[in-house]
Design a protein around this ligand. Structure first.
Ligand SMILES: Nc1ncnc2c1ncn2[C@@H]1O[C@H](COP(=O)(O)OP(=O)(O)OP(=O)(O)O)[C@@H](O)[C@H]1O
Ligand SMILES: [Mg+2]
Length: 580
């Protein structure tokens, strides 16, 4: 009934959980003493031996018992609170560490909405498992025995009858558990599916409206919601039914125990104290396990969330990313060398990139071109440390990329592409991103270089102009120039530009290309572009075709072949001439 793996996730918290159990057991003994006191009072009244002078003693005893109860309850709730909050943090830390370890490939394993649901709701439900179910499990096992031993001396037959009835509750829980597992897994699948559908439709709502398909998707969302409602209802009815069964067992069990005790009392075989103790304590036999049963259902929801969580945590780690702390990256990298590089996307049988070999030098611009889907952006992502499950070697001078941590790679390479993000903060904050060393003059200088300074001077508050999410209140060209400015502000060793001039007009494109050529004098620069007329001054051009290099060389050399470069360049030039 206890999930071993979840139980072992607790390290520091185990002591607290045991503390809760011990305090609760002391609390139970305290209650038994209280019942004994009451039984004694009733006994004395029954035998007409109750004297008024004993009232202060009984009152004081009851007050002490109540005080102890309050203190114990306070400690128990404190311990539950601290252990559960520590556990929530610990589990969330594990999730985020794993997501960070997997990097951008996280999305390939689990959608962002599912990851959010598991780390928010899933972890909340796990809290019930840890902070309530586990302590209750240990407590209920011992509590029934304590109650048994405190009753057995009065009437062993009634006590044994109660003890025999007690295991019926865990047996009923176990039986229900088998059905519950199926229902819960269905519940979670529906929950995650609904979350995904909702998240995606909300993101694409404008598109759905434009194509007048919002009603259609609305219906689909209703269907997903209805499925989830049904799954929730079957979960609730299963819980309710099982609670009813446990109630029947608990109440029938105590009724049988009490009846036997009263029968013995009527025969004069049981003292009045014994009879009262049976009346008060019979229910205590069952209450802990009955509570365990109720908690079990909530805890099971958590356990079922944990299964999804473990699937995620069990994804293979990239070992090279773990053993990299002591590798040092040299300060000035002169050569990026790619040898026999092949790569497949997860779950894809066919290799996306095959046998890629080339070197990019500092002081020279390397351009990568090729048809859409030929693998250019995939290659850029690998060179920037986003995908690591490749074959072959990538070296920066003598340093092997696979021996470096993601952080070391990010410190050295800057990839700028359509995923580069602008925050809903000021232009200044977007450029600096918290780097306090960048001053106002540097900001304006860089904005002049990318021809954005004049635009920004016209904005209200200029550098403090607030952007909306991902810079959606900028024009496409302004957005791209701002991203380039942010990149140029940082001193990296390797720069990879993936299709960054697509929204620029010819004048701005010229300006940006000049900056990129200038940058390549002192850095390793790789430029991916569909606009081939910009690449005539590149030192080398690599043409990708279906994930393989089909042409490679100096632009002039490529113009002598009738390959992709020459054909597409000619097409471009005739279009440009036609437009003039
Ligand atoms: N995350 C992914 N999972 C599986 N396949 C992918 C993934 N991303 C891209 N691909 C596939 O890899 C191939 C190459 O994609 P890539 O983005 O590298 O092309 P590209 O050369 O940059 O194209 P474009 O010029 O259109 O930007 C495509 O066929 C695409 O379907
Ligand atoms: Mg691309």
């Amino acid at each position: 009934m206890i999930n071993k793996r979840l139980f072992n996730l607790m390290t520091n918290q185990k002591k607290k959980i045991y503390g809760i159990v011990v305090f609760r057991l002391i609390n139970l003994c305290n209650s038994i003493i209280f019942y004994l006191l009451i039984a004694n009072i009733i006994n004395q009244i029954y035998l007409n031996q109750f004297a008024l002078k004993k009232v202060p003693f009984f009152t004081l005893a009851i007050l002490v018992i109540i005080l102890i109860k309050i203190l114990l309850n306070h400690w128990i709730s404190n311990l539950s609170f601290t252990s559960s909050s520590q556990l929530r943090l610990a589990i969330r830390d594990k999730i985020f560490a794993k997501a960070f370890q997997l990097g951008p490939s996280t999305k390939n394993h689990l959608s962002i909405s599912a990851l959010t649901q598991i780390s928010v709701d899933g972890v909340e439900q796990l809290e019930v498992y840890y902070a309530q179910f586990i302590p209750q499990f240990f407590y209920s096992m011992i509590a029934s025995l304590i109650v048994f031993f405190s009753l057995v001396t009065y009437d062993w037959q009634a006590a044994i009858t109660l003890l025999i009835c007690v295991p019926l509750i865990p047996i009923s829980i176990m039986t229900i558990m088998k059905i519950a597992k199926k229902i819960l897994s269905k519940y979670w699948n529906n929950y995650l599916n609904l979350g995904e559908v909702f998240f995606e439709n909300l993101q694409g709502l404008t598109t759905l409206k434009v194509y007048q398909q919002d009603q259609h998707y609305h219906q689909k969302m209703n269907l997903a919601a209805e499925k989830f409602r049904k799954a929730t209802m079957s979960l609730l009815s299963m819980q309710l039914n099982s609670i009813t069964i446990m109630d029947i067992i608990a109440y029938t069990g105590s009724a049988i125990g009490i009846s036997i005790a009263l029968y013995h009392f009527s025969l004069g075989q049981l003292s009045i104290i014994g009879a009262v103790m049976f009346l008060l304590l019979s229910a205590e036999f069952f209450i802990p396990l009955r509570q365990l049963g109720s908690l079990f259902h909530v805890a099971m929801t958590g356990i079922s969330a944990a299964d999804k969580l473990f699937d995620f945590l069990d994804l293979p780690n990239d070992e090279s990313k773990l053993s990299s702390a002591d590798s040092v990256v040299s300060e000035a990298i002169g050569l990026l060398k790619i040898s026999k590089l092949s790569f497949s996307y997860l779950n894809e049988k066919q290799a996306m990139l095959q046998d890629i070999n080339f070197s990019a030098k500092k002081g020279q611009l390397t351009a990568i071109i090729g048809k859409s889907g030929s693998g250019k952006s995939t290659l850029a992502s690998i060179l920037s440390g986003f995908f690591y499950n490749y074959q072959g070697q990538i070296n920066w001078d003598s340093q092997n990329l696979s021996e470096l941590s993601a952080q070391q790679i990010f410190n050295t390479v800057d990839l700028i592409n359509s995923d580069s993000f602008l925050f809903s903060k000021s232009i200044r904050e977007n450029l600096c991103l918290g780097d306090k060393h960048i001053n106002e003059k540097q900001l304006w200088d860089i904005l002049e270089r990318v021809n954005l300074a004049d635009d920004i001077r016209e904005f209200p508050n200029q550098l403090d102009y607030q952007l909306t999410e991902d810079g959606s209140n900028l024009s496409g060209g302004q957005r791209q120039r701002l991203l380039i400015a942010r990149t140029l502000l940082r001193d990296k060793q390797i720069y990879i530009f993936d299709e960054i001039t697509s929204s620029l007009d010819l004048e701005n494109e010229k300006i940006i290309m000049k900056e990129i050529y200038n940058l390549s004098k002192n850095k390793i620069v790789i430029l991916i572009s569909h606009r081939l007329y910009n690449l005539l001054d590149a030192a080398q051009i690599i043409v990708l075709e279906n994930g393989k290099i089909s042409e490679h060389g100096h632009p002039e050399a490529l113009l002598e072949n009738n390959g992709f470069f020459k054909t597409v360049l000619n097409e471009e030039q005739s279009i440009l001439k036609g437009g003039q």
